[in-house]
Design a protein around this ligand. Structure first.
Ligand code: NAI
Ligand code: MG
Length: 506
């Protein structure tokens, strides 16, 4: 890692306090300010086409309309992608049905496994390209796409490749069959990873797929389409399309789609439930969250601080299981807040393609507006805001890492999913109070507990209404471990054996 003295023009800009340049020569401005030298990831090895058609039946097919996807870090257009109409969705579903009837349902399980394995291997070879495109299209720091999104995505393909010919051991003494054509709709926060969570188990169980990317982040799915082609997967087994909410609705409502797997907002989850009521479609919903990260006085504090940071500022807080409500035991409140402020000052916010960046760009203008609106509501409701001093790039969508103290449980910032780098700090006195407060939400996706006492962890875990509970760590994922929620965070599990079950009829 290299450091350099801040450039003279930058230090002059910082020293000018709005009324001219004479003060810029004050002794204060001469003090050297050290910062990291830029360390941008190279982009010359990646290929983004100027236009992407729909990937249906193993071929690229034109659509009537196209829309732009931009790089939220620079606001530059990266490419144009097809907006799939109802007719296009119908074509994709029919192609998946044909592939299911003619080829995939007749392909032996051990052959299915080989295809899935091959997809994983090719993705692995192109890991760097995937990481750079994921970062450019969505704004997440390159160090995260390189170390989390891409390796975890391909780990899911490897994992489920292993299960494809062992399903009878996964579900012994049970009779089961694939569902048929499955429709999958994913969000913009982890595009490639969510696609892997959905496509890999679906294929392992013998289904065929129509999957739709989210509006702002379609590019890595189309890269995956290229990988699927290269892997020689029979035409129509996986169909990849792009479009907005109405494209998603057309998938949900298509009579030949036998299962819906959705990750996204609770509002759309509810809409989906309404539209499939009375049909025999299977459904899994992975929706929003407002997770409690609970820090006891006996916790290893410095480790917990890292867990808090990782819990809420990872991926700019665009994480359904983000630890967005921090519960600190009152006796250590001042220490935790002091350490948190100190740690926030060292977070580097800016160009997502820079290898030293910790917090990248907010995914879209719309999301930035939503975050700003909710943060303003916190200020209006009397909560105290803290943001470190840091300069944000002039172009692109950015938001400073933020936390609030003096938060009441009834405040909007303690109840609503902000989906941004914003933490609400609350306190508790006893484990009982921590549980009551942690469960006081419409959501129930995840939680974190930090304590030195194993017995306390076990006691808490049983009473927290959350699908995943991490102890003395946060945001850890493994393909063998199921993930999913309670209450308005949805139902059904992805990952592990439980994730296979959702793609089979028993
Ligand atoms: P969204 O739920 O509208 O979008 C997710 C996906 O659903 C996208 O692919 C979208 O095209 C599709 N979709 C939209 N309307 C649909 C419909 N009627 N039928 C079928 N599919 C439909 O989420 P959005 O608008 O991108 O984000 C809004 C808020 O939702 C965020 O601020 C965040 O709080 C939350 N969110 C939560 C996510 C999670 O992982 N839990 C992921 C994305 C957003
Ligand atoms: Mg984009």
């Amino acid at each position: 890692m290299t450091f350099r003295e801040k450039s003279s023009s930058a230090s002059a800009r910082n020293a000018i306090n709005g009324n001219g340049s004479s003060k810029s020569s004050s002794p204060v401005s001469k003090k050297p300010v050290w910062e990291y030298a830029p360390s941008p990831e190279a982009k010359d090895h990646i290929e983004i086409r100027s236009q992407y058609d729909l990937f249906i039946g193993g071929k690229w097919q034109k659509a009537k309309k196209y829309f732009a996807t931009v790089n939220p870090a620079t606001e530059e257009k990266l490419s144009e992608v097809a907006s799939a109409s109802k007719d296009d969705v119908n074509r994709a579903v029919l192609s998946a049905e044909r592939a299911y009837n003619k080829v995939w349902s007749k392909t032996p399980a051990k052959e299915r496994a080989k295809y899935i394995f091959r997809i994983a291997r090719i993705m692995q070879e192109k890991a760097r390209e995937f990481a750079v495109i994921e970062t450019m299209d969505g704004g997440k720091p390159i160090k995260e796409s390189k170390s989390v999104d891409v390796p975890l995505a391909l780990a899911h393909f490897f994992y489920y490749a292993g299960w494809a010919d062992k399903l009878k051991y996964a579900f012994p003494n049970q009779v089961f069959a694939p569902v048929g054509v499955v429709g999958q709709i994913i969000p913009w926060n982890f595009p490639l990873l969510m696609a892997a969570w959905k496509i890999a188990p679906a294929l392992a169980c013998g289904n065929t797929v129509v999957i739709k990317s989210a509006e702002t982040t379609p590019l890595t799915l189309y890269k995956l389409a290229e990988v699927i082609q290269e892997a020689g997967l029979p035409d129509g087994v996986v169909n990849i399309i792009s479009g907005a909410g109405d494209t998603g609705a057309a998938i949900v409502n298509h009579p030949k789609v036998k299962k819906i797997a959705f990750t996204g907002s609770t509002d759309v989850g509810k809409l989906i439930m309404r539209s499939i009521a009375g049909t025999d479609k299977k459904v899994t919903l992975e929706l929003g969250g407002k997770a409690a990260n609970i820090i006891f006085e006996d916790a290893p504090i410095d480790q917990a601080i890292e867990g808090i940071i990782n819990g809420i500022y990872f991926n700019q807080g665009h994480v359904c299981c983000a630890g967005s409500r921090l519960f600190v035991q009152e006796s250590i409140k001042n220490t935790v807040i002091k350490k948190l402020k100190h740690r926030l000052k060292s977070l580097r916010v800016g160009n997502p393609l820079d290898k030293n960046t910790d917090v990248g760009a907010i995914n879209s203008k719309m999301q930035l507006k939503k975050i700003t609106e909710l943060v303003n509501s916190g200020i209006e409701e009397g909560c105290s805001i803290y943001q470190p001093e840091c300069s944000l790039p002039e172009r692109g969508y950015y938001f400073k890492p933020t936390f609030f103290t003096n938060v009441a449980q009834s405040n909007r910032i303690a109840q609503e999913e902000i989906f941004g780098p914003v933490l609400s700090v609350l306190t508790f006195r006893t484990p009982k109070e921590a549980i009551e407060k942690a469960n006081n939400t419409q959501y129930g996706l995840s939680a974190g507990i930090w304590t030195d006492k194993g017995s306390k962890i076990f006691k808490m875990v049983g009473q927290l209404k959350a699908g995943v509970v991490w102890s003395n760590t946060y945001n850890r994922f493994n393909p063998a471990s199921p993930f999913g929620g309670y209450k308005e965070s949805g139902f059904g599990r992805e990952g592990g054996l439980q994730g296979l079950k959702e793609y089979l009829n028993f």
